[in-house]
Design a protein around this ligand. Structure first.
Ligand code: ADQ
Length: 408
């Protein structure tokens, strides 16, 4: 049974601004050393789906570079992860929907002639064994199988919302981001949400994409147009993510899935990594999350001026970090971060090479690459002042964009 995997990585990620100001959403750094796209690619690689095409589009430079440097599978064995940038078409159609991206790249499917095509999104944090979904898809004979998970009703307008027949398997309605969703019969405050991960019979996918391409009223969107077409013809089934079991997982992290579509969700997903018993366990070596970084020296914690030892508690500390007389609490310190003496960082995500000046204090912040926080500065205390110079999220997290100059 031949399977081709296509990862959709062209989303603009407007709601993650400023983190997506000059990088595609799937290239946004996460958890110190990873990028968002590493999670889906690791799930596919661990399942031995090793022919993978990544469709890129928006600001794809750092994404392409990350994929081509890190995701180098054995070409001799016919394995690959290939980034494919969108066609540079002129005019208003340059940014097109996900179905159009697949249609434009049908040649990649013809080249491989797979029996089934996996189409997965690129911006979720989770572990999943996709073989279990593919097995169900093959057994049921469905044209398309859509992975689904229960989510709170008040988030319905961010998801494709699925209704099934009484068997719980056949999809009878699929509404993309509805404003008027109703809760499930057995849990009125929940909906059944599409995870944006699909498995298609190859021929059925090709026919649907061709039909959609001819429809001038279509937005050429998988969730908005293609899946509803399959629902109408009766060929769409649901795969319940709650049944997925990944080797090495525990009761605590089984079923974990985060859509990091907003800055607050991104912040919370980072914080999910750092408790003593994390709800997402990076240390499960039976289903590793792969990534690649520059070789850097080990992290070090040093004494400074004899009165204070640099330390970090309940934190993730990456290679190349120097904590020199400062303290970090419940934080993510990415490669090359430096905390100078008497500085204090808590409940924060510091991306690569952020420098925290002497005596500076940072609370509940996301600070993107290369930002220098000057000596004595205070971030996250006066949110009114912070919101004049930075982005402040609904829940009060201060976000400072890449390379931004910060005054005291
Ligand atoms: P969204 O994520 O809002 O909802 P979309 O913006 O189409 O839908 O993005 C889906 C995936 O496709 C993302 O990984 C994105 O990066 C990528 N993408 C979008 N346009 C692309 C293009 N032209 N080329 C390449 N890649 C592109 C989707 C589904 C919902 C589901 C949620 C789950 O539509 O039904 O509930 O995902 O998060």
């Amino acid at each position: 049974m031949k399977v081709l995997a296509i990862v959709l990585a062209g989303g603009e990620g407007k709601r993650l601004m400023p983190l997506t100001a000059d990088r595609a959403k799937p290239a946004v750094p996460f958890g110190g050393i990873y990028r968002l796209i590493d999670f889906v690619l690791s799930n596919l690689a661990n399942a031995h789906y090793l022919q993978i095409v990544v469709l890129t589009q928006y600001k794809n430079h750092s994404l392409d570079r990350h994929i081509s440097r890190t995701w180098r599978l054995s070409a001799m064995l016919g394995n690959y992860v290939t980034p494919v940038p969108a066609q540079q078409r002129l005019g208003p159609h340059w940014f097109s929907g996900s179905a159009d991206a697949l249609f434009q790249n049908l040649n990649l499917i013809y080249d491989e002639l797979p029996d089934h095509v996996i189409v997965f999104g690129a911006d979720h944090i989770y572990r999943m064994d996709p073989r279990q979904m593919v097995d169900q898809h093959i057994d049921s004979g469905a044209d398309v199988t859509v992975a689904a998970i229960r989510q709170p009703l008040d988030l319905a307008d961010q998801f494709g919302v699925i209704e099934t027949d009484p068997s719980g398997r056949r999809i009878v309605a699929f509404k993309e981001k509805p404003k008027d969703a109703v809760g499930l019969a057995d849990a009125p405050d929940q909906i059944y949400a599409s995870m944006g991960n699909y498995v298609f019979k190859t021929q059925a996918l090709i026919e649907a994409l061709r039909e959609d391409a001819l429809d001038p009223s279509s937005r050429h969107d998988l969730g908005g147009n293609i899946i509803p077409m399959f629902v109408k013809s009766g060929g769409a089934e649901v795969y319940d993510f709650a049944h997925n079991v990944v080797p090495g997982s525990t009761d605590r992290d089984r079923g974990y899935w985060r859509d990091v579509g907003t800055l607050d969700a991104y912040y919370e997903a980072n914080m999910d990594l750092i408790s003593v018993h994390p709800v997402f366990n990076l240390y499960n070596d039976r289903w590793p999350i792969y990534t690649g970084n520059e070789p850097l020296p080990p992290a070090k914690f040093v004494h400074n001026e004899g009165d204070r030892i640099g330390h970090a508690l309940e934190s993730i500390v990456s290679p190349g970090v120097i904590v020199s007389g400062g303290t970090a609490l419940r934080s993510i310190l990415s490669p090359g971060v430096v905390l100078h003496s008497h500085s204090h960082v808590e409940d924060s995500v510091l991306m690569g090479c952020v420098k925290i000046g002497r005596g500076a204090v940072v609370r509940r912040a996301i600070i993107d690459k290369n930002v220098v926080i000057p000596d004595g500065a205070r971030i996250g205390f006066d949110l009114e002042y912070d919101s004049k110079r930075f982005t402040v999220t609904r829940s009060g997290v201060v976000v400072i964009g890449k390379n931004e100059i910060v005054d005291r």
